[in-house]
Design a binder for this molecule. Sequence first.
Ligand SMILES: C[S@@+](CC[C@H](N)C(=O)[O-])C[C@H]1O[C@@H](n2cnc3c(N)ncnc32)[C@H](O)[C@@H]1O
Length: 203
Amino acid sequence: MSEENYVNAEFWDGKYREQDSLWSGKPNGTLVAEATGLPPGQALDVGCGEGADARWLAEKGWQVTAIDVSQVALERAAAHGGENIAWVRTDLAVSAPPAASFDLVSAHYFPIRSESAVRGLLAAVAPGGTLLFVGHDFDGAMEHHAHNGEQGPDPREFYQPSEVAALLGDDWKIVVDETRERAHVPEGNPHHRDTVLRAQRLR
Ligand SMILES: C[S@@+](CC[C@H](N)C(=O)[O-])C[C@H]1O[C@@H](n2cnc3c(N)ncnc32)[C@H](O)[C@@H]1O
């Protein structure tokens, strides 16, 4: 398998098939912290996985489009139910979401290396809307990656929130650009700190 293929649907479908549930089933703490208080509208959950963030957003009144490249993840997510959520299989490295369409674009731990794909996510935020792009702080956690012989490319190669921030021009206001303790660290998970970018599209 080429390195590029580590981040395609086959890779992710395989990862989801390895376990009945890959993630905690709880919404990400950063999403809860940053989206609480935003007026609900259209939300895009980027790389939604098993759907906990999408379900939380829908419960808070958002109309959610939840995208993932893995059909296995999407079927699992849909099986949990949840109203006002469209589960959509899309490879965001290949196809961009609709432009200027979402009041919130939320991406948590989304592995993407293509600048044009990141720009597609930025373009999907409607004027006035919010981008929330959250990654792992790799200090210490990379040791775990190496010791456990984890396969795949170095995760630091994926776009990090600070690199996404550097792509934002005058049309954006950066609200949060920081590293912070992760609210709920799933058992055994080496990633204890989040890197958080929250920005508002002004026009
Ligand atoms: C690390 S998981 C995070 C899942 C979820 N956001 C969470 O926080 O629990 C990354 C997710 O992105 C999806 N993904 C990876 N590359 C993708 C792509 N090119 N297009 C769409 N989804 C992708 C994977 O299938 C996986 O579900």
